[in-house]
Design a protein around this ligand. Structure first.
Ligand code: OXD
Ligand code: MN
Length: 635
C-alpha cells in the first residue's frame, strides 16, 4: 500500500511532502488545527493516501486526467478544457430527505410542527442518532482511496466578509469542481496557518476499495446510505454517499447557506439564497440588488440578463448565494461567496442566456447533459444540433429528438468559473462587498401573484419573504408541479429554527448604529393566462423593465406617482412600467390583477402553514402582518 501525503504546502521555510499516513501526527506542513482535523478524518476513514490540495493548474490537470482514466469524466474535444461526467442515475440531485441538522434540542433546528404534521423547514437529528449514523457510515469508508484535503475560502481570500473551510473528500470530481466553485489551495492554507477559523467538512462517496458491487456509470456513490449532516454548534459538515454537487461540494449549500446562516445569526449578518446583480441606467447611475428565488426559477438567467431596453446594463456579481453585512455607514454590503456557477443546463441557450453560453465555452465541467457526436454538449432548450451530428443522452445511450425520454437530466449542470462571465461585475471580488439598494423575492406562481409589487416597509417585506411559495423543481428529489412554501427560498437551506431566522431579519430594523434598510420587492415572471395556459410575461431580457421600475423606486426622491397602494403592497402605477419596444401583446392588466378569491385562499393557506409549521416560534410582527393582509383582502 502506498501511504503518501501528496502535494506540498510551503510555509515560512517549512515544507511537507511524501509523508506516510501513519506518521501524519508529525506532518510539519499543515497548520496545527488543520492537521488535527485531518488526523481525525484519516483515523476514521482509513484512506490509502492523503493529498493536500495546492490548487495549481498542473494539479487540476492531473486530477482530471485521473478521472478520465477511471472513466468518470470524458474530455469534450469541441471546446477548450471542458469535461463531461455522467453520474449513477441514483445520484442526480440534492437529497433533502437525507439532509439533517444536528443540535442538542430539536427546537434549535426547526420550529416544532403541530401534532401530526411533519416539519417542512428542515430535519433535525439528535446528537445520539447522529453518532450512531456516523458509526454506521464513516469508519473505513475511504479504504483504498486517496483522501484529498481541500483548503478553501468562501469569498475573496482575506476579505472581512469571507470565511474559510477545509474539506476532506475521496472524490477527485469534487476536487475539480471545488477548484472552480471556491478559492482553493495554498493561499487559503497560508491564511489558516495564521490561525484563522475554518469550517470542518468531511465528505465520502462511501465506496471503499475493493468494491463489493460494481459501480454504475463508473460513478462511486452509496445512495442507500446518503446522509448530509450539519453540526452548526461546532461548525462541522459530514456528508456521505453522494458525489452530486449540492451534496458533495460542501462549500456551497452546506457551508455557504446552512452553516453560514447560523454563523450570520450569531455574528449579526445575513447568509442568503440570493443572486446579486448590478444595474446601470442609460444616465450611468448604478444600483445593486440581491434576489431570492427557489432553485431552478431562472436565477442564473436573471443574474446574467441582457436587458431588452436600449442603454440599460446588467452586470453579475453572483447567481446563487449572497452574504450581506451592514457597514459602518449603515449600508448593506454583499459578497458572492462562490467563485463559479453551478447552473442548471436545460433551458440555457443563446436566446435565454447568451452570457452563460459564453461563460461555459471553456474550463467547464458538465454533469448529466447530452453529448454530441462532434464532442460537444446538448440539452433541451438548446438550438438543434447541426446536420449530421448525432446525440447521446445523459446515460450515454443514443438519443434522437422526439424520443420519449429526455436527452439531458432536468437537473444537469455546468460548473464554470465566474470570472469567465462576459458581464462579471468589476466589483465582484471587492473586499467590502457591493452596496445593496433592493432585495427581491420571487417564485413560480402561475396564478394570482402580480408581476411586481413593493413591500410597504421592512417588516412587511420580511412577511413577504416568509410567505414565498413556488412550483417545485428538479433541483431536489420532489416530483410534479405542486406549489410549495419556500420562505426566503431558504426552505432546504435553513441552518436553524425558521422562527429565529425571521426574528433575526426583523432585528435588522432595530440594530444599533446607522442603518439604511434596502427596499423589498416581490416579482413573478411565471403568471399564466388561465384560459390558454401560456405565460403572460415574456421574461428573460424583458425582466429588465421590472428592474427599471425597482431601480426608480430606490431613487432618493420617492416617486409616489410611479406606484399605487394595493392590498398586497405598492403596485406600479398604470404606465409606469416601461413597455416601449416590448414585443407582442402583453396584457398588463392581467399581470397586475389581484383576484380577491385567490388572495382569500392564499391568506388562509398561509395561516395554516404558519400555525402548523412555525407555531409558537412565529414572531408576533409576522403574525400581525398576516392579520393586516387578511383585513386588506377582506375590505
Ligand atoms: C442550486 C439549488 O443548486 O438551489 O443552486 O438547488
Ligand atoms: Mn440555489
Amino acid at each position: 500500500m502506498s501511504c503518501l501525503i501528496l502535494g506540498v504546502f510551503k510555509r515560512r521555510g517549512c515544507v511537507g511532502a511524501g509523508v506516510g499516513v501513519r506518521s501524519l501526527a508529525s506532518v510539519p506542513s499543515l497548520p496545527s488545527a488543520v492537521a488535527d482535523f485531518v488526523k481525525g478524518a484519516v483515523a476514521e476513514c482509513q484512506p490509502a493516501r492523503v493529498h493536500v490540495v495546492t490548487g495549481t493548474a498542473e494539479e487540476t490537470a492531473g486530477v482530471l486526467a485521473g478521472l478520465e482514466k477511471d472513466g468518470m469524466v470524458k474530455r469534450l474535444p469541441k471546446y477548450h478544457n471542458c469535461w463531461l461526467a455522467r453520474t449513477d442515475p441514483k445520484d442526480v440531485a440534492r437529497v433533502e430527505s437525507k439532509t439533517v441538522i444536528v443540535t442538542k434540542h430539536q427546537r434549535d433546528t426547526v420550529p416544532i410542527p403541530s401534532p401530526g404534521a411533519k416539519s417542512q423547514l428542515g430535519s433535525w437529528l439528535s446528537e445520539e442518532d447522529f453518532q450512531k449514523a456516523r458509526q454506521e457510515r464513516f469508519p473505513g469508508c475511504m479504504a483504498g482511496r486517496t483522501m484529498y484535503v481541500i483548503p478553501f475560502s468562501m469569498g475573496p481570500v482575506g476579505s472581512s466578509l469571507s470565511k474559510m473551510g477545509v474539506q476532506v473528500t475521496d472524490s477527485p470530481y469534487v476536487v475539480a469542481s471545488m477548484g472552480i466553485m471556491t478559492r482553493m489551495g495554498t493561499p487559503v492554507m497560508e491564511k489558516l496557518a495564521e490561525g484563522a477559523e475554518f469550517v470542518r467538512c468531511q465528505h465520502s462517496l462511501g465506496r471503499p476499495l475493493p468494491l463489493k458491487a460494481p459501480l454504475v456509470s463508473s460513478w462511486p456513490c452509496n445512495p442507500e446510505k446518503v446522509l448530509i449532516s450539519h453540526l452548526p454548534d461546532s461548525r462541522q459538515i459530514l456528508s456521505f454517499g453522494s458525489g452530486y454537487g449540492g451534496n458533495s461540494l460542501l462549500g456551497k449549500k452546506c457551508f455557504a447557506l446552512r452553516i453560514a446562516s447560523r454563523i450570520a445569526k450569531d455574528e449579526g449578518w445575513l447568509a442568503e439564497h440570493m443572486l446579486i446583480l448590478g444595474i446601470t441606467s442609460p444616465q450611468g447611475e448604478k444600483r445593486y440588488v440581491a434576489a431570492a428565488f427557489p432553485s431552478a426559477c431562472g436565477k442564473t438567467n436573471l443574474a446574467m440578463m441582457k436587458p431588452a431596453m436600449q442603454g440599460w446594463k446588467v452586470e453579475c456579481v453572483g447567481d446563487d448565494i449572497a452574504w450581506m453585512k451592514f457597514d459602518s455607514q449603515g449600508k448593506l454590503r454583499a459578497i458572492n461567496p462562490e467563485n463559479g456557477f453551478f447552473g442548471v443546463a436545460p433551458g440555457t441557450s443563446m436566446k435565454t442566456n447568451p452570457h452563460a453560453m459564453a461563460t461555459i465555452a471553456k474550463n467547464t465541467v458538465f454533469t448529466n447533459v447530452g453529448e454530441t457526436s462532434d464532442g460537444g454538449v446538448w440539452w433541451e432548450g438548446l438550438e438543434p444540433p447541426a446536420e449530421g451530428v448525432s446525440l447521446m443522452d445523459w446515460h450515454g445511450k443514443s438519443w434522437t429528438p422526439g424520443d420519449s425520454t429526455l436527452c439531458a437530466h432536468p437537473n444537469s449542470r455546468f460548473c464554470t468559473p465566474a470570472a469567465q462571465c462576459p458581464i462579471i461585475d468589476p466589483q465582484w471580488e471587492s473586499d467590502e462587498g457591493v452596496p445593496i439598494d433592493a432585495i427581491i423575492f420571487g417564485g413560480r406562481r402561475p396564478e394570482g401573484v402580480p408581476l411586481v409589487y413593493e413591500a410597504f416597509n421592512w417588516r412587511h417585506g420580511v412577511f413577504v419573504g416568509a410567505a414565498m411559495r413556488s412550483e417545485s423543481t428538479a433541483a431536489a428529489e420532489h416530483k410534479g408541479k405542486a406549489i410549495m412554501h419556500d420562505p426566503f427560498a431558504m426552505r432546504p437551506f435553513f441552518g436553524y429554527n425558521f422562527g429565529d431566522y425571521l426574528a433575526h431579519w426583523l432585528s435588522m430594523e432595530t440594530r444599533p448604529g446607522p442603518t439604511q434598510l434596502p427596499k423589498i420587492f416581490h416579482v413573478n415572471w411565471f403568471r399564466k393566462d388561465p384560459v390558454s395556459g401560456s405565460f403572460l410575461w415574456p421574461g428573460f431580457g424583458e425582466n429588465a423593465r421590472v428592474l427599471e421600475w425597482i431601480f426608480r423606486r430606490c431613487g432618493r426622491e420617492r416617486e409616489d406617482e410611479a406606484a399605487r397602494r394595493s392590498m398586497v403592497g405598492w403596485l406600479p402605477q398604470d404606465g409606469s412600467i416601461n413597455v416601449q419596444g416590448l414585443a407582442g401583446d402583453v396584457d398588463m392588466a392581467a399581470l397586475f390583477d389581484l383576484p380577491k378569491a385567490f388572495w382569500e385562499k392564499e391568506t388562509q393557506e398561509l395561516r395554516a402553514y404558519f400555525s402548523q409549521q412555525v407555531g409558537a416560534d412565529l414572531p408576533q410582527q409576522v403574525g400581525a402582518e398576516l392579520d393586516a393582509l387578511e383585513k386588506r383582502v377582506r375590505n
